[in-house]
Unconditional design. Structure first.
Length: 471
């Protein structure tokens, strides 16, 4: 293993991004085209060998839950060269897309679009694992130590870079419920997270009985895919969920305004305790199932009743897994509890797919050297300001921006692709101290909350009669 040269020792980068998922890719695209007097110097590191967006869930026909305008750049700069429409143009597909009349594109197409952008942008370094981040008090710069990996993922060379600012886009990781962790860690046990579904699909289809756990979009899409692949009358499928129903995602026009900059700003200004109480109650805004997917599942089930009988499927909401274990015949036993009935039972199955969502990767893992400088809230989570900066003590003059690590401070829109370009533009406006990407002051018809200057409220000189107990 060798040491890489560090040519940026005297010329540090303005910004180093860590992680190259959709959010930091959005930042890279906007930063490269930022209309400033001096071009920004940026570089982005990613541990993986290439860009892939949820490859285990690129099921045929699965669509994004956001319109194609929620690409990497359009909602901040529709003239940017890396819009989705320009991608189609580069592939001679504009007219087919025009006649297809699709507002929501397939996931596989979004993945291909993002990979196209990575081939266009310079300064994206894949197979680079960031090992440590420190603050250099003498140079007033961040030091980033990284390892360059070979094609087998083994360490090939060490390097160090310096930056005035950092953007963390390290993404999320699959969430495995505690009762099922021992099974996912055991060898040759067919218990997988939905993130790896397509990698194991053929093996799963050979199982006699399959159980899907999780009531969100991924669980619904996997259940539908398995259902379509199984013979009528011999489906042998269970679908379990903790939620009280297989509920549709909130997709009304005004409901979607929770994914606007207006709501993000409103949410950020709320007290911490109020924010923490709000998030769990908003699950249907982002954890429900697309209505078209629900309809497709029902249509497929109904089709299988055409010649009499019912499909061999069980769909049960309101259930959680208490414990789980592996039987001597390599089958899996799930111990279930129904929350409303207060009843318990056991389910024996041959394979389990956990569509149990994702959790933000803890920032502490990569920011160990900066722990003493980070300010935290009452739950020991990092404080993040309205410009998506970590709240650091004044001895650190550079900024650390975060992407999709701020649901506790900015609300349910944090992981939403529709806010990617706006957040990236907000970061670049703050970083440059100028306004290269003018952003709209208002983005929703809903007025979230009251302010001292809310129009149309009665003043002290109005004729409004105060309410009393007798009114």
């Amino acid at each position: 293993m060798t040491d890489l040269p560090t040519p940026d020792t005297d010329q540090p980068h303005d910004l180093i991004g860590i992680g190259i998922g959709p959010f930091n890719l959005s930042l890279a695209a906007l930063a490269h085209a930022t209309p400033t007097t001096r071009p920004l110097t940026t570089t982005f590191y990613e541990q993986r060998p290439a860009f892939h967006w949820h490859p285990g869930l690129l099921i045929d026909g699965a669509s994004l839950q956001v319109p194609f305008l929620a690409d990497l750049v359009t909602l901040a700069d529709p003239t940017n060269p890396w819009t989705f429409l320009n991608y189609l143009r580069s592939r001679n597909r504009l007219f087919p897309f025009y006649f297809a009349e699709r507002f929501h594109i397939q996931r596989a197409e979004y993945d291909a679009y993002c990979r196209w952008v990575t081939t266009q942008l310079p300064n994206l370094h894949f197979s680079h694992q960031v090992d440590a981040i420190r603050w250099n008090n003498q140079r007033h710069l961040f030091e980033i130590d990284f390892t360059q990996l070979d094609n087998d993922g083994e360490a090939e060379a060490l390097g160090r870079a310096h930056a005035r600012h950092i953007a963390l886009g390290i993404g999320t990781e699959p969430h495995i419920p505690e009762p099922l962790k021992p099974l996912t860690e055991a060898d040759n046990t067919p218990v997988i997270h939905s993130a790896d579904y397509l990698h194991h699909r053929q093996r799963l289809l050979q199982a006699d009985h399959i159980t899907v756990i999780g009531s969100g979009q991924s669980g619904a899409e996997i259940f539908l895919d398995l259902l379509r692949a199984r013979p009528t009358g011999h489906e042998n499928l269970h679908w379990l969920a903790r939620t009280q129903a297989f509920a549709p995602m909130e997709y009304s026009k005004l409901g979607l305004e929770h994914f606007t900059p207006d709501y993000s700003r409103y949410f950020h200004a709320l007290p911490e305790s109020v924010r923490d109480e709000l998030v769990p109650h908003q699950w249907q805004l982002h954890k429900g199932i697309d209505a078209d997917t629900i309809a497709a599942i029902h249509d497929e089930l109904y089709r299988r009743t055409l010649h009499g009988g019912w499909p061999d499927t069980t769909l049960t909401p309101g259930v959680h897994v208490r414990t789980a274990g592996r039987l001597t015949n390599n089958r899996i036993e799930l111990h279930l509890e129904h929350t409303q009935q207060n009843t318990r039972t056991r389910l024996t199955t041959d394979a389990v797919i956990l569509a149990t969502g994702y959790r933000e990767r803890p920032l502490d893992r990569i920011l160990t050297a900066l722990h003493p400088h980070m300010r935290r809230d009452n739950s020991q989570r990092p404080r993040i300001d309205e410009h998506f900066r970590l709240d650091l003590d004044p001895t650190i003059t550079g900024n650390i921006y975060v992407q999709n690590a701020e649901r506790h401070t900015h609300g349910v829109g944090a992981p939403d692709l529709g806010l990617a370009a706006w957040r990236s533009a907000t970061i670049l406006n703050n970083l440059t101290g100028t306004n290269p990407y003018p952003l709209p002051e208002r983005t929703a018809f809903t007025t979230f909350g009251l302010t001292p200057h809310t129009p149309h409220l009665p003043t002290q000189d109005s004729d409004l009669i105060p309410l009393t107990q007798n009114n």
